[in-house]
Design a protein around this ligand. Structure first.
Ligand code: SF4
Length: 336
C-alpha cells in the first residue's frame, strides 16, 4: 500500500522589499557588539538600543547591561551606549561630568533632525515638533532645546488648539518614524493656520520609514491578512500596521515572532497574506515566520519591491579598529 502525504493548503505570501533593519538600527547594534569586543563585558546600554526584545535579549546574552538612567551604572570604567533614538543633551553632559566613556549610537538621521530644530531656534523661530508624546526620540529631540522654545503637536486637534506667542516665527520638524499620510495632514493644517511657518531644509521622516510604508501600501490591496514583524513599542512598526489596513488589507497585525502567528485568521481557500518588518525587526524573525507558515501551508512567495536601499552608516571612529565579522551579527541576520 503506498502512502500519500496529505497536501497542504496553498497560501500566497506577499513579501515587502525593503523591510526590516534600517541603516541606523544596524549601526546601533554594531556599536554595542563592537564595544563588547573592544572593551569586554559589561557594556552598559541606556534604554533599549532599538525597540526589539529579541535584539535586546541577544545583546544581553553577549554581556550588555540595559539601564534606564546613568545613575544605575557603577564607576567601573566600562562604556555606556546611548540608543539609536537619541538622547537629551543633559545625558552626554552627565556622562562627561562623571568622566564616563560613552558611545552615542543616535541614528545620524535623528541627529539631523536635532540640528534642524536647533537651527530654527538660532534663527529666532519657536519649534513645532510633530511626534508622539513619551517616545524616546521625541524626548531626545525636545531635550536639545531650552524649555519654552519647543511645542509638541500630535494631532490636527492639537494644531487647532495651538496658540503660539508669535505666529510669524515658527519652524517645524517631525519624529523620523511617523505615518507619511497622517503627518502631511498635520503639516497642511499647520501651514493653513500659520502660513509663515518654516519647513525643515529636508524631510524629517527618514528614508527607511518612507520606503517601508510605500512597500506596504503597494502590497496591501486585497490581502486577507497583513503581518508586520515588530515590537509593540516600535513606532515605525505600529505605523506599518495602520498603513496596511488603510491601503486595503482586511486586517493588519503586529507579530513579535512565529509564536504570535494567528493561524485562526489564516483561513479560506488559498489565502493571500502580506508581510513586512519594522526597521528594528531582525531578518531572522522574518525567516522563522516563513518557516512556521511552511509547516502548515504550501507557501508561494510573491516579492513586492518598491525601492532599493544602499544606505550604510559607519560606526564612530573609536570602534573602527575593531573588526566586525559576519558571525558577530548572525544572531540578527541569520547564517554564521
Ligand atoms: S528608522 Fe530612520 S531614523 Fe530611525 S534609526 Fe532607522 S534610519 Fe534612523
Amino acid at each position: 500500500m503506498s502512502f500519500i502525504a496529505p497536501t497542504k493548503p496553498k497560501l500566497t505570501l506577499r513579501l515587502c522589499e525593503p523591510r526590516g533593519f534600517c541603516a541606523g538600527v544596524d549601526r546601533a547594534i554594531q556599536i554595542v557588539v563592537l564595544a563588547l569586543k573592544k572593551y569586554g563585558a559589561p557594556v552598559y546600554v541606556r534604554h533599549e538600543i532599538v525597540h526589539n526584545k529579541y535584539v535586546v535579549d541577544g545583546l544581553r546574552e553577549m554581556g550588555a547591561i540595559f539601564v534606564r538612567e546613568l545613575d544605575e551604572i557603577p564607576d567601573d570604567g566600562q562604556p555606556v551606549v546611548f540608543s539609536a533614538h537619541g538622547v537629551p543633551k543633559s545625558v552626554p553632559a552627565a556622562a562627561a561630568d562623571r568622566e564616563m566613556l560613552y558611545l552615542d549610537a543616535t541614528c545620524p538621521l535623528v541627529s539631523k533632525v536635532h540640528k534642524q530644530a536647533m537651527l530654527h531656534v538660532k534663527r529666532g523661530r519657536h519649534v513645532v515638533l510633530i511626534g508622539h508624546r513619551g517616545h524616546p526620540e521625541v524626548i531626545g529631540t525636545m531635550g536639545q532645546l531650552q524649555p519654552g522654545t519647543v511645542s509638541l503637536i500630535e494631532t490636527v486637534a492639537d494644531v487647532n488648539a495651538f496658540e503660539p506667542e508669535d505666529p510669524q516665527a515658527l519652524g517645524f520638524v517631525t519624529q523620523t518614524t511617523l505615518s507619511l499620510d497622517d503627518t502631511s495632514e498635520i503639516v497642511a493644517a499647520l501651514q493653513a493656520k500659520f502660513p509663515a511657518m518654516t519647513a525643515p531644509s529636508s524631510e524629517s521622516i527618514c528614508y527607511a520609514t518612507t520606503n517601508r510604508q510605500e512597500a506596504v501600501k503597494a502590497s496591501a490591496p486585497e490581502t486577507d491578512l497583513f503581518l508586520i514583524v515588530g515590537a509593540p513599542n516600535s513606532s515605525n512598526s505600529k505605523r506599518l500596521v495602520e498603513v496596511a489596513e488603510k491601503a486595503g488589507s482586511a486586517k493588519g497585525l503586529l507579530v513579535r515572532g512565529p509564536e504570535d502567528l494567528p493561524f485562526d485568521l489564516v483561513t479560506g481557500d488559498h489565502p493571500l497574506v502580506g508581510m513586512s518588518a519594522g526597521a528594528s525587526a531582525p531578518e531572522v524573525l522574518v525567516d522563522a515566520i516563513i518557516a512556521a507558515l511552511r509547516e502548515r501551508f504550501d507557501v508561494a512567495i510573491e516579492l513586492v519591491q518598491t525601492a532599493e536601499e544602499n544606505e550604510n552608516f559607519p560606526v564612530m571612529r573609536s570602534l573602527r579598529d575593531t573588526p566586525l565579522t559576519v558571525g558577530d551579527m548572525a544572531f540578527v541576520n541569520g547564517g554564521a
